[in-house]
Design a binder for this molecule. Structure first.
Ligand code: HDE
Length: 699
């Protein structure tokens, strides 16, 4: 069965040219037909199994080897196919072909958490990976970034130390996918370059609402080289069309248990529903004047970012994810990124963290993907033609022709020829950058010694609600440390960032407040706050909670929400269908507030089931005065309220519901509107993500 091109960029040129499973009947892996895969070959009905049963042995042998080592970091991820369309405005900056006018390039993106193992939960407090493979006509370009613009360490030699500290404790392998433990805080409070990244990790950025609502950053400073050979320094940014939004901490913890697949489900469902995730790629541009420095910020220090107010992000193109992976293992698991997979016109800098990464990503694939030929795995195959003169090795799929895989040769006619590059055109990684010969030493520049000012800049740029979240995160995480010295040392670090933050965390932990430090003048970058802007609401999930009597209203609300691009889900006491064969998506038993961005209450709702009866025994009977609402519906509504989500009621009985579950019916983010106005109201309330005014710190 040939693979049909599925989106405009395929153009029949699928790099995934290796056939899938292409027989209509079951076969052995040698292609022989199999007529029974339920019974092994035995001597008689009850006799011993025969060694000659090749199908049995082959089936079990293959199964025994199905697992490969998971990634040592970023083990848990979710992927999607898509395409990147260039705005064609970068010619002065780079000669990269895929950024020229009119170019559309296929991409594969993998989002990930860093610390947890492959089976851990999506919503852990953690940095997220945001890795993009561009299948350009000039070879693969991988942009292997994170959702935070700064990193923990300044030199790659510290990476094993960082990861050993962040991973579960080696004795009991606890805790999974979390930074809330002694070894992590021991390391980051001693290795203080980590403090800026930790500040981002304690902020809402570390618990995204969705992969679709995360920014992405290349982190390091890269180089772009134009057709004249002129170099500029750049920092890459991905800006999500839907804005940057986060969960609240309680939601993130609930989701860890109720739906460990929260983010991968959201990504796949949005693509299936046609709410295609979209980002704009942009760069901050800095003159390559030989100093690698901008406004006093060392551009080679990956623990520093450049505020957008100082260097605005210049858009280069747009990425849309439009296709879910056909197979998780073949694509999302086997995709192999590398920050050194670059195309002409994009190059590296001397950032010591980036330099070490250039070694690591090739090396790790040997263990993970089992040999040196992983570039031949369909998801890793370049779209550009390949002639690398590499031969043999495990898992070799190519059948190279010729007898002279060496240079120079005459026996293959001198082939392959060397690329003829025009003047100023250079292969990636070969920019003739002047090098200060210096002398061999293990050291760092003085400019790397400021570990706190950007943590302070980030913290002070947040709104009051976001700062309260940061304080709570530090308190929660350090509260999980058993070693008091570790806690105290981290609180002492906070005194170098903000006196109030340090005092607040110390108070909550019952520790002495650290001595106030001399801190610089407060600086702010308003672009860093998520709150106070409004955004499109495509694909936002709205729980329409109703009793089985109100079909007309429910159907009208459902279609109005869908027309506005939101994703309504029907929630009722019992499952099944309502009028018109429309399925109820969740019952009170299977629904949890974390799934919804807003609730629409179409009351009245059923009363509490009789404690003696099965849970849904009385669920069909509408609540009357004095009856309590089913506690499961009560929990749903209360959680949504507590998490500052929009709640929309119809006039009359459904607004009375809020009082029935112990909530005020007049509050920010709560609206009482007629059926015809529900979709407008939902879009308006959701455009700011949440009713933050309800958050305790804001009151
Ligand atoms: Fe990675 N990193 N990393 N990293 N990284 C890996 O490569 C490593 C760093 C990032 O979805 C590994 O193929 C070292 C910074 C992402 O497949 C490994 C250092 C940033 C992904 C590796 C860093 C990242 C990885 C594990 C310090 C943000 C997932 C499996 C020198 C700019 C890619 C693999 C995917 C994965 C090493 C630092 C991002 C072991 C040694 C900084 C998004 O090679």
């Amino acid at each position: 069965m040939a693979n049909e091109p599925k989106h405009p960029t395929d153009q029949g040129q699928q790099p995934e040219s290796v056939p899938g499973q292409d027989s209509d009947i079951l076969t052995t892996s040698q292609g022989a037909p199999v007529s029974d895969t339920d019974h092994s070959l035995k001597t008689g009905e009850r006799g011993p199994t025969l060694l000659q049963d090749h199908h049995l042995r082959e089936k079990i042998m293959h199964f025994d080897h199905e697992r490969i080592p998971e990634r040592v970091v970023h083990a848990r991820g979710a992927g999607a196919h898509g395409f990147f369309t260039s705005y064609g405005n970068a010619e002065e900056l780079t000669r990269a072909d895929f950024l020229k006018p009119g170019r559309t390039t296929r991409v594969f993106v993998r989002f990930s958490t860093v610390v947890g193992s492959r089976g851990s939960m999506d919503t852990a407090r953690d940095t997220r990976g945001f890795a993009t493979k561009f299948y350009t006509d000039e070879g693969i370009f991988d942009l292997v970034g994170n959702n935070m613009p700064v990193f923990f360490i300044q030199d790659g030699i510290k990476f094993p130390d960082l990861v050993h500290a962040a991973k579960p404790h080696p004795d009991r392998e606890i805790p999974q996918a979390q930074s809330a433990h002694d070894t992590f805080w021991d390391f980051v409070s001693l290795h203080t370059p980590a403090q800026a990244h930790v500040m981002w990790q304690m902020s809402d950025r570390a618990i995204p609402r969705s992969y679709r609502m995360m920014e992405g950053f290349g982190v390091h400073t890269f180089r772009m080289v134009n057709a004249l050979g002129r170099s500029s320094l750049v920092k890459f940014h991905w800006k999500p069309k839907l804005g940057v939004h986060s969960l609240v901490w309680e939601e993130s913890q609930l989701a860890g248990g109720a739906d460990a697949d929260f983010h991968r489900r959201d990504l796949a469902e949005a693509i299936d529903a046609g709410a295609l995730p979209e980002w704009e790629l942009g760069v901050q541009i800095f003159e390559d004047d030989g100093t690698s420095s901008f406004e006093g910020i060392d551009l080679l220090d990956p623990t520093k970012f450049v505020p957008e107010e100082l260097a605005p992000v210049q858009p280069l193109g747009k990425m849309v994810l439009d296709r879910n992976p056909e197979n998780y293992f073949a694509q999302t698991e086997q995709v192999a990124f590398h920050p050194g997979h670059l195309v002409p016109g994009i190059d590296i800098t001397d950032d010591p963290l980036l330099q070490a990464r250039l070694f690591s990503y090739l090396d790790t694939q040997l263990t993970r993907l089992g040999g040196p030929n992983f570039a031949q795995i369909p998801v890793n195959q370049p779209q550009a033609p390949v002639n690398d003169m590499f031969r043999d090795g495990l898992h070799q799929h190519r059948v190279p022709e010729g007898i002279a895989p060496y240079k120079p040769n005459s026996l293959d006619g001198g082939c392959p020829y060397m690329a003829q590059l025009g003047s100023g055109q250079l292969p990636p990684l070969e920019f003739p950058q002047p090098i200060d010969a210096g002398r061999k030493e293990r050291s760092e520049p003085a400019s790397f010694s400021d570990h706190y000012s950007q943590a302070r800049l980030f913290y002070l740029s947040l709104s009051g609600v976001e700062r309260a979240h940061v304080q709570q995160s530090y308190t929660f995480e350090l509260g999980k440390c058993t070693d008091v010295q570790v806690r105290q040392r981290q609180v002492d670090c906070l005194a170098n960032i903000d006196t109030g933050l340090a005092a607040g965390v110390a108070r909550a932990l019952g520790l002495p407040a650290p001595a106030a430090q001399e801190l610089g003048e407060p600086e702010r970058s308003p672009a860093l706050s998520q709150i106070g802007k409004s955004w499109p609401v495509d694909g936002r999930k709205i729980g329409v909670v109703f009793d089985r009597e109100n079909h007309d209203d429910v159907l009208a609300i459902r279609s109005a929400l869908s027309e506005r691009g939101m994703a309504p889900m029907l929630v009722s006491a019992r499952g099944g269908e309502i009028a018109g064969g429309v399925a109820i998506d969740r019952t009170y038993l299977t629904a949890r507030s974390i799934e919804f961005d807003a609730l629409v209450l179409v009351g009245p709702l059923p009363p509490a089931p009789d404690a003696e009866a099965p849970l849904d025994a009385k669920a069909g009977d509408a609540a009357s005065d004095g009856d309590l609402v089913d506690p499961r519906a009560g929990l749903l509504i209360n959680e949504a309220y507590r998490h500052c989500k929009a709640i929309i009621c119809l006039p009359g009985e459904s607004s009375g519901l809020l009082r029935a579950v112990g909530l005020p019916d007049e509050a920010p983010g709560v609206s009482v509107v007629e059926v015809s106005a529900v979709a407008d109201s939902a879009a308006r309330l959701l455009s700011t993500h949440r009713a933050w005014e309800r958050f305790p710190a804001a009151r």
